[in-house]
Design a protein around this ligand. Structure first.
Ligand code: ATP
Ligand code: MG
Length: 352
């Protein structure tokens, strides 16, 4: 029996609906695959903030550190500024645990219509550098000595930071169709992006089976809309990866479907698994939330913990429920969150 300690943070809004749905599925999968998943719940998020003035316990990072993985719903609320909720929980976790890869699969699913006229199935992975780049805290407002009030923000790429993201992406491409696309903007951003290009190219040379294409991010965004099926693995800096992965998740049908993993690939620290969507206050508490993004994130967690068969089983189960016509309102269906989850549980049993 493999034992894994998993920290569960349902968070806010629909996080409290989709996390229990995904845990039900994970528990059934664990039973069938003889895994011992030990879930410990942490009631952190915006309600906690209202009571304690902080997003998580003061020693929150130490509490999380003893776990093998973190399973997060969503954090955010209209009452708490995004900067507080993000910088009070998610960003400290990503940085403390060196989750330097944000991995987001983009895949068309049978039974879900894409908003685009997609000619071929889409199956690509977006690898976003998650720890540095454009989201640095270096910069500020300038008032004195300048003709105008100004603001500046510095992008920081370290050789190690770019190198390890490029290695991760190249290894993935090597295990798939061998095509790696790197998002750049070295025609306009003349210091940091050429450095990114250089380090990515050097790294990918170590993978003879991988073909690297460096593409300007504006053209790449257009191609993601016009011919998304031509991509295999995309590697991008923090900001570009953020934008491209939201674009990616919308071309396959609904933001409610999209999963993500914040990975520390070496396993020195816990990795975090969460759906791409937020707390969706507009539909919270109504049983309308699509749990697929959360369930799929659970499958990514199983894969990361070294259980590819259990992961594939869970993946096949939600894909089968969608193919059979079950689906929440955002994908054109009529199922409630719990009805859809019941269909996934049935498929888990059928596919066992
Ligand atoms: P946050 O600030 O927490 O990111 P947000 O409102 O910016 O929240 P989302 O929560 O992702 O962003 O919501 C964007 C839109 O997508 C909303 O209309 C929401 O209802 C819808 N949505 C998000 N997640 C789901 C889901 N799992 N199922 C159905 N609809 C969803
Ligand atoms: Mg948002």
């Amino acid at each position: 029996m493999s034992t894994h300690k998993i920290a569960v943070i349902p968070g806010d809004g629909i996080g409290n609906e989709v996390v229990p749905a995904a845990i039900d599925c994970l528990e059934r999968i664990a039973e069938l695959h003889s895994l011992d998943l030990e879930f410990t719940y942490f009631g952190w998020g915006c309600e906690y903030y209202a009571r304690h003035g902080r997003m998580m316990a003061e020693d929150g990072l130490e509490q999380l550190a003893v776990h093998d993985a973190i399973f997060l719903g969503a954090v955010g609320s209209p009452e708490v500024p995004d900067a507080e909720s993000l910088w009070g929980l998610l960003i400290p976790i990503r940085r403390e645990f060196q989750q330097y890869i944000n991995l987001r699969p983009v895949k068309t699913l049978d039974g879900v219509a894409s908003p685009l006229a997609v000619k071929n199935p889409i199956d690509l992975l977006i690898v976003r550098e998650n720890n540095e780049g454009e989201y640095s805290e270096i910069g500020g407002r300038m008032y004195r000595g300048l003709p105008e009030e100004s603001a500046m923000q510095t992008t920081v790429f370290t050789r190690l930071g770019v190198l390890r993201a490029a290695h991760y992406a190249a290894r993935l491409a090597d295990s798939r169709r061998g095509q790696l696309t790197s998002a750049t903007k070295s025609n306009g951003i003349v210091h940091t992006m050429p450095f990114w290009d250089e380090v990515v190219a050097e790294t990918v040379r170590e993978y003879p089976e991988v073909t690297l294409t460096s593409e300007l991010v504006d053209a790449l965004a257009a191609h993601l809309v016009l011919k998304p099926w031509t991509f295999d693995v995309i590697v991008a800096s923090n900001l570009f990866g953020d934008i491209l992965s939201d674009l990616g998740s919308s071309v396959t049908g609904s933001i409610g479907l999209a999963p993500s993993a914040n990975l520390n690939p070496e396993g020195d620290f816990p990795s975090l698994f969460e759906p791409v969507h937020g707390s969706a206050p507009d539909i919270a508490g109504k049983g309308l939330a699509n749990p697929v993004g959360q369930i799929w994130s659970g499958a990514m967690m199983l894969e990361h913990l070294g259980h590819p068969e259990a992961a594939a089983h869970l993946q096949a189960a939600f894909e089968s429920a969608l193919r059979d016509g079950f689906g929440t309102r955002d994908v054109g269906g009529t199922s409630s969150t719990s009805e859809f989850t019941a269909a996934v549980l049935t498929a888990i049993n059928t596919l066992a």
